[in-house]
Design a protein around this ligand. Structure first.
Ligand code: BES
Ligand code: ZN
Length: 420
């Protein structure tokens, strides 16, 4: 796991970098010169671990660096690499002696600070481009039994119960009750576990609560892996009036998550990282619940390693693709990792499409700097035209949850691999 969110002041090592093409870096150069003038300790004891390195220089010295030195983030002609103290000294030596020059890199005490020095598109750019985990796939003995345990019948039963609420509209009484129902369902599945809690997260501006279930990590509890989906539904001109079964949008996502939870509890899985399941309130009216939660995580400096959003998993709309990743507003490396998980564990065809806008709660995580993906039921061309109407029923989307079961398999694989 290569990630740091600590906010510590920059430490400068060695020569002042030539890497001064950016305003932010230029400003730091001045600070760096002052710091060096005041203290030679900056030369003697480099503490930094994250370096922004000029790409040309990195290319020249890369073959001589230790294999453990990994590139974490590249943008605007520079790359963030993580090195230990000894390697930093070696890098500096190589630049001096092999390239006969100074600098070409700047040291920082956190990954976040390092990437901030080179990224100009804010948290969104970072969330889309950075690599947040090693994405190794090596938990087969844990994952395979869970994948085999997925039951489409369970998912179907939950979808039917959720679609029975007249509406799950965020301002309605039944919208409030349906969130309580999800809370109770998840809590029921976790009743034998004292390391699991299920809470309602209330929102000041509307009555529907979001649901958050937490499995406390056994070893790295500060690192969080999240699977979420929206709990609300909508239909008709003014949203709240009529019937809004929202079977596909998004009883399917919540029911897929519910099956992932059942399997984790059934197999008594105790992940190393903290795992959270979220049912967001008020997605249909502008991602309101997830926006508030993701912004809160950013403000609190929480370390979210990966997020997936299950929004619409019920209807198989595309002939040659079962799972489709929206490539916009999502993290490219994590999307690829999820594709590999499908190849390894789910064994169904997958591909890419685009929403063209921040179409669901994954966008809230992306815009707050976290890596998010949305594995979706079809391409955008083949979407379910019944969503947001009283015709969004299970019968109008195939009549069973066999398609959704593929997403539950991906969900247990995601947790099994990324949270361990
Ligand atoms: N499930 C949809 C998103 C969706 C629809 C994705 C079709 C892909 C294809 C979601 O619940 C939704 O309706 N989102 C809103 C946007 C949101 C910001 C209000 C939408 O798409 O209009
Ligand atoms: Zn919707």
């Amino acid at each position: 796991m290569r990630l740091s969110f600590s906010k510590v002041k920059s430490v400068w090592v060695n020569c002042i970098s030539h890497f001064v093409t950016y305003k932010e870096v230029k400003m730091k150069t001045t600070i760096g010169i002052l710091a060096l003038a005041l203290s030679t300790a900056a030369f003697a004891a480099p503490k930094a671990q994250w370096l922004t390195v000029d790409n040309e220089i990195l290319a020249k010295i890369r073959p001589k660096l230790d294999k453990s030195v990994q590139s974490l983030f590249t943008s605007q002609g520079a790359t963030v690499v993580k090195l230990d103290e000894r390697e930093i000294e070696r890098l500096s030596h190589l630049i001096h002696h092999d390239l006969n020059r100074c600098g070409g890199f700047i040291a920082h005490e956190s990954f976040e600070e390092a990437r901030a020095a080179i990224a100009f598109q804010g948290d969104t750019y970072f969330a889309k481009s950075a690599i947040f985990a090693d994405y190794a796939i090596d938990q087969g003995p844990i994952v395979r039994p869970m994948v085999n345990d997925v039951s489409d019948v369970n998912i179907e039963a939950t979808i039917r119960k959720l679609s029975e609420f007249k509406t799950r509209y965020y301002k309605s009484d039944t919208g409030v009750k349906s969130s309580e129902f999800i809370r109770d369902t998840w809590a029921g599945l976790a009743k034998n576990r004292n390391d699991v809690k299920v809470e309602l997260v209330t929102h000041r501006a509307y009555p529907q609560a979001s649901i958050v279930m937490t499995i406390e990590g056994s070893e790295k509890s500060d690192e969080i892996v999240i699977i979420g989906g929206h709990a609300d539904s909508i239909a008709g001109m003014f949203g709240g009036g009529g019937r809004a079964p929202g079977a596909d949008d998004n009883a399917s996502g919540i029911s897929t998550i519910t099956e992932v939870i059942r399997i984790l509890m059934n197999n008594n899985i105790k992940p190393k990282r903290t795992v959270q399941f979220m049912g967001y309130a008020a997605e249909e009216v502008g991602l309101l619940g997830s926006k508030e939660i993701a912004a809160g995580y950013k403000a609190a400096g929480k370390k979210v390693v990966g997020v997936i959003q299950f929004d619409m998993t019920l209807r198989k709309g595309t002939l040659d693709k079962d799972i489709v990743f929206m490539s916009d507003f999502t993290n490219a490396a994590q999307n690829e990792f999820l594709g590999k998980l499908i190849d390894e564990y789910v064994k169904v065809p997958w591909g890419y499409s685009k929403c063209g806008y921040g179409c669901s709660d994954h966008a809230s995580w992306t815009s707050n700097g976290y890596p998010a993906s949305i594995p979706f039921e079809s391409t955008m061309d083949d979407i379910n035209r019944n969503i947001h109407t009283d015709r969004d029923t299970i019968e109008n989307a195939g009549g069973d949850a066999k398609h959704a079961a593929k997403f539950a398999k991906l969900g247990v694989a995601f947790i099994g691999e990324l949270a361990n």
